[in-house]
Design a protein around this ligand. Structure first.
Ligand SMILES: [Zn+2]
Ligand SMILES: [Zn+2]
Length: 342
């Protein structure tokens, strides 16, 4: 089969199209014929850095996969050849540890991540254990379905499960990248009053179209005053933050007493000072959401099939142009996902 292999760690020139052996499914593995695979920033981090331990060899990137079942291992359950499927981000989880048994299998110590410890979906075929796949409902395209297990499902986790957003609550969403633009839609679907903060004036109109009730454009990053104004001076009940330390203090100024701060990313990795007395006095909760469980993937697919949420795929490119796609993501030239099609 054809696959894009990381021939050299470093820049995108290290990605090469090669002919490699088509894998055969064993045990509970499912062989998926890849129809679409999203390009994620995580792919770029893995491509750049040889420091990750236990990487698959050859290294084929891609954990946002949709396709059809081509063959099944002898113990694979729940699927038959020809089924339309999409993946969580993982090839394997143990299924029996505390994390796997409590809807947090992304924290399983034994997991193998697609495109890292296991070969990913930048290829014509990929192996995924049955536990890490969900059926892709007919109205959802492969391109849209491919990204549900990562940006859409992680936003679902942040808003619905970790953030516990209820109808009528005021939700602030920061950072209008792949996570933010789906969090806006999911919070809206929950019945929340959605305030989106962005540095980029040119994004305002499209964010409103996705369902934000109020878009605060703050090129200097100072959005707290206008968030308080938009909430009658009280502040937001919940913040879904895809940026991290760079905006933490603005979020702190934006959040209501008793508010919940949900972290879904850390862009700059900067250390910040935190006044614990302020967290205590104002009874704030800080939680984080890092990934999508299979249950969350299935729940997100239901929301999408109902029409309440639309996965934002900005561009589809042939798999052979994977390096060009990486360069576009690295240059921040796209807001929605780029999806590769073999
Ligand atoms: Zn991803
Ligand atoms: Zn486990």
């Amino acid at each position: 089969m054809k696959a894009i292999v990381v021939a050299r760690h470093g820049d995108a020139d290290g990605l090469e199209m090669r002919e490699i052996e088509t894998p055969a499914p064993k045990g509970r593995q499912v062989l998926v014929k890849v129809h679409a695979c999203g390009v994620c920033r995580r792919d770029i981090l893995v491509r750049r850095s040889p420091a990750h331990r236990g990487l698959a060899s050859p290294l084929v990137l891609g954990h946002e996969i949709a396709g059809t079942v081509a063959a099944l291992g002898s113990e694979a359950r729940n699927f038959k050849v020809g089924d339309r499927v999409c993946s969580t981000q993982r090839e394997y989880v143990c299924g029996c540890c505390t994390m796997c048994r409590t809807d947090r299998e992304a924290l399983c110590a034994d997991l193998r991540f697609l495109g890292q410890e296991a070969m990913g979906g930048n290829a014509e075929y990929v192996l995924v254990m049955d536990d890490n796949l969900a059926k892709l409902p007919e109205p959802i395209s492969f391109e849209a379905g491919s990204i549900v297990g990562c940006p859409v499902g992680t936003s679902y986790n942040a808003v619905v499960d970790t953030g516990q957003v209820r109808a009528g609550e005021r939700v602030l969403i920061t950072g209008m990248g792949g996570l933010g633009i789906h969090a806006v839609q999911i919070a809206r679907a929950c019945g929340a009053y959605v305030i989106a903060a962005t540095r980029h004036p040119d994004k305002a109109k499209s964010i409103e179209e996705l369902g934000a009730h109020r878009v605060v454009v703050a090129p200097d990053g100072r959005f707290a005053g206008r968030v308080r104004e938009a909430t009658g001076g009280n502040g937001a009940d919940v913040s879904i933050d895809t940026v991290g330390s760079a905006v933490f203090h603005e979020i702190r100024r934006s959040i209501a007493v008793g508010g919940r701060i949900v972290l879904v990313g850390e862009v700059t990795g900067t250390l910040i000072e935190l006044d614990m007395a302020m967290i205590y006095r104002r009874s704030l909760t800080i939680r984080s959401a890092t990934s999508t469980s299979r249950r969350q993937l299935e729940a997100a697919l239901k929301l999408i099939a109902s029409g309440a949420v639309r996965p934002v795929v900005e561009r589809t490119m042939p798999l052979s142009e994977a390096a060009a796609a990486h360069r576009l993501v690295e240059a921040n030239a796209v807001t929605g996902r780029i999806v590769l099609t073999p």
